[in-house]
Write a protein that binds this ligand. Structure first.
Ligand SMILES: NC(=O)c1ccc[n+]([C@@H]2O[C@H](COP(=O)([O-])OP(=O)(O)OC[C@H]3O[C@@H](n4cnc5c(N)ncnc54)[C@H](O)[C@@H]3O)[C@@H](O)[C@H]2O)c1
Length: 372
């Protein structure tokens, strides 16, 4: 029996291309692992009405980790129109399989390291070395949404909330409500994960991202939780910043920051900004980490226009493999893989189109494998 069982979820579009690249480096690393394919994505929505079929949920329940490529998703009406005829008008509603996977397996940490590598022509600056801890299961992504708004909900809000009076005259179809839900437990555990990481890796500071001056209830709770958790980590400095302000400060002085922790939506925004500073979508990797399962992925989508062309940059995915190796306890292989990526980038000979070159997805993966 192999030492590790890994769920292999290519998904849609370039998700397939970049996982082909991952195969090349994993083969070279000779990881003692069994890779088990899982169905996920648009095809399964259209054919079966579920982009995350129950057989894939069952698979995720028994693997040590999973590597995920990307999926295609579309707005509700477009999604409903692409169902096979037998499934149309049956009340099926598309919901992102990634968000569901995160909630179903309580993958509460979205870990997004953003490191610039010397010699990357599309670095915004060098060096940059930021690590983002994004809460992954709550907040505006909780999925508690109303459109149309049921009259009983509007009535209740009218009674309980004075500011809701401004919206009281709208009919059910004339407004929509998405609930931002943050729990103390959910806030504390992501903040604790960020501080524990900072302490273990010798990082100096954790910055808490919020908007507590306006979004007082939920972000107030998050900031309060952060202050309480920080007191357990006297060796790590804590500061905080509003989400709007930090987008400016990160661009101006990225090296003033180190580890960032944020509720789901702000974490999503900040991590895309930071990924762009270190080369953009071809370099953004992420881990969705729970207590028993973790799913690693590049942060980009399925980029349909490049699907099947082996044109896009696989470095984001290769760095996601590096994160997966760390999670599996394969620290030496993980470090070797990151060194190999850094060496290829520094060499400057193999560059995909986003880096100004003509190398293919597989050329890049082979170049990294060759350095291992
Ligand atoms: N995690 C996910 O699976 C995920 C994330 C974002 C978007 N999506 C879905 O993907 C589909 C396409 O979305 P989109 O076009 O907005 O975003 P995208 O990330 O798929 O691609 C946007 C553009 O970024 C560039 N790009 C993306 N990945 C790259 C890479 N590895 N190397 C070089 N360049 C790269 C390409 O120019 C591409 O056209 C949509 O259906 C969307 O819902 C999925």
């Amino acid at each position: 029996m192999a030492k590790h069982t890994i769920g292999w979820l290519p998904g849609d579009g370039i998700g397939v291309d970049v996982l082909d690249a991952a195969t090349i480096v994993l083969d070279r690393l000779a990881l003692d692992a069994e890779y088990v394919h899982g169905d996920i994505g648009w095809e399964f929505w259209c054919q079966e009405g579920d982009p995350l079929p129950s057989r894939t949920v069952e698979l995720l329940g028994r693997v040590d980790a999973a590597l995920f490529g990307a999926i295609t998703s579309k707005p509700n009406k477009a999604a409903a129109a692409e169902l096979v005829p037998a499934l149309r008008d049956t009340g099926l509603v598309y919901r992102s399989p990634i968000v569901r996977m995160r909630q179903m397996f309580d993958l509460y940490t979205c870990l997004r390291p953003c490191r610039s590598y010397a010699g990357n022509p599309i670095n915004y600056r060098h060096p940059i070395d930021l690590v983002i801890f994004r809460e992954n299961t709550e907040d505006l992504y909780a999925g508690v949404e109303f459109s149309p708004v049921p009259p009983e909900l509007a009535g209740l809000l009218g009674r309980l909330s004075k500011p809701f009076g401004a919206f009281a005259g709208y009919g059910p179809d004339e407004l929509a409500i998405s609930c931002k839900i943050n729990t103390r437990k959910g806030s504390e555990r992501i903040i604790r994960a960020a501080f524990e990481f900072a302490r273990a890796s010798g990082r100096r500071k954790v910055t808490v991202v919020h908007k507590a001056n306006v979004v007082r209830a939920t972000d107030g709770l998050f900031l309060e939780a952060a202050r309480a958790v920080a007191s357990d980590f006297p060796a790590v400095e804590m500061d905080d910043a509003n989400i709007d302000a930090i987008t400016m400060w990160l661009l101006k002085n990225p090296n003033n920051y180190d580890v960032l922790v944020a509720p789901n939506l702000y974490g999503d925004i900040v991590s895309d900004l930071c990924a762009q500073m270190v080369g953009g979508l071809g370099f953004g990797c992420s881990g969705n980490i729970g207590t028993t399962l973790a799913v690693f992925e590049p942060t980009h989508g399925s980029a349909p226009k490049y699907a099947g062309q082996h044109k896009v940059n696989p470095i984001a995915t290769i760095l996601a493999v590096k994160m997966m190796l760390d999670w599996l306890g394969e620290a030496e292989r993980a470090a070797a893989l990151e060194r190999a990526v850094a060496a290829v980038i520094a060499g400057g000979k193999v560059r995909t189109y986003d880096m100004g070159g003509a190398a293919t997805t597989l050329d890049m993966a082979r170049a990294v494998a060759a350095k291992l």
